[in-house]
Ligand binder design. Structure first.
Ligand SMILES: NC(=O)CCC(=O)C(=O)O
Length: 264
């Protein structure tokens, strides 16, 4: 199964509309992928906090509409990264969306751990409260977002819910790139899953994004990793590998149902 990770920069000088047009051209040039993945908040730009309100959109807004058209035209699954979603009651959320090959929404995830360190995300956005896993032709898929990488309890729950492929759109700064590498690999090893992690590139409001989008297989092998600039990273995975690795080295079956029952 061929996957394309599209590592996008969101420079301050470019408008959202210009960026949507530019990314659409990149997406339409991708040949042979069954799944395309974009980074967190690439159209708005994660660090453009002062514009969050103005750039918020609904699930029929400009980012989702363009991506839905492309998904349908190319006949691919397209994880569009995330948007600042505007809700009817005025709340905003960081919403990740996976589109099917007919352009319809097949998975939606609202970021549960909103980020507050040198970031206004936590004060501007409302955290989500659901964790769906969807069965697709290539396996049980979930999407979580960037900072969520740091929280093992969330991953344990994804694993318990049967996730085999976890898509992680991100806007992870270069300053903590080694954490990005370590955590994406660790989550794959812990849960014997594919981690498909698509980061943003370039700089925004003086913050340098880390790039290095990567795919880690269920045995913990990094099967592809981009450099730091804009890129389309193509990778071929075999979704059956999840079963094969779990059968050969059955760690997950050895997990206790609960650890808080252990005596001190
Ligand atoms: N966009 C984010 O969630 C950033 C997370 C981050 O920088 C970190 O966890 O470190």
């Amino acid at each position: 199964m061929k996957i394309a990770l599209v590592q996008v920069a969101s420079p301050d000088s470019e408008t959202r509309e210009e960026r949507i047009d530019r990314v659409e051209a990149t997406l339409r040039d991708i040949k042979g992928a069954e799944l395309i993945v974009l980074p967190e908040l690439w159209s708005a730009g994660y660090f453009h906090f002062d514009e969050y309100q103005a750039l918020a959109e609904t699930l029929t807004g400009p980012t989702v509409s363009m991506c839905a058209r492309v998904a349908a035209d190319l006949g691919v699954h397209l994880h569009l990264g995330s948007i600042i979603e505007a809700h009817e009651d005025g709340r905003l959320s960081n919403t990740s969306i996976l589109l099917g090959p007919d352009g319809s929404v097949v998975h939606t995830y609202r970021k549960v751990h909103v980020f507050g360190y040198k970031s206004k995300e936590a004060s501007l956005l409302t955290a989500g409260s659901s964790l769906p896993v969807v069965q697709l032709p290539f396996g049980a898929v979930a999407g979580i977002t960037c900072y969520d990488l740091r929280f093992p309890g969330l991953w344990m729950e994804l694993s318990t819910r049967g996730a085999e492929i976890v898509i992680v759109p991100a806007a992870w700064p270069a300053a903590r790139r080694e954490h990005w590498r370590l955590l994406t690999t660790a989550r794959a090893v812990e849960h014997q899953i594919f981690v498909i992690a698509c980061n943003a590139a370039g700089s925004q409001e003086g913050a340098e994004l880390g790039g290095h989008s990567r795919v880690v297989d269920p045995a913990g092998k990094v099967i592809a990793e981009a450099d730091s600039g804009e890129a389309v990273l193509m990778v071929d995975i075999d979704p059956q590998q999840v079963n094969a690795v779990r059968t050969e080295f059955p760690v997950i079956g050895d997990r206790l149902a609960a650890y808080d029952t252990l005596t001190v």
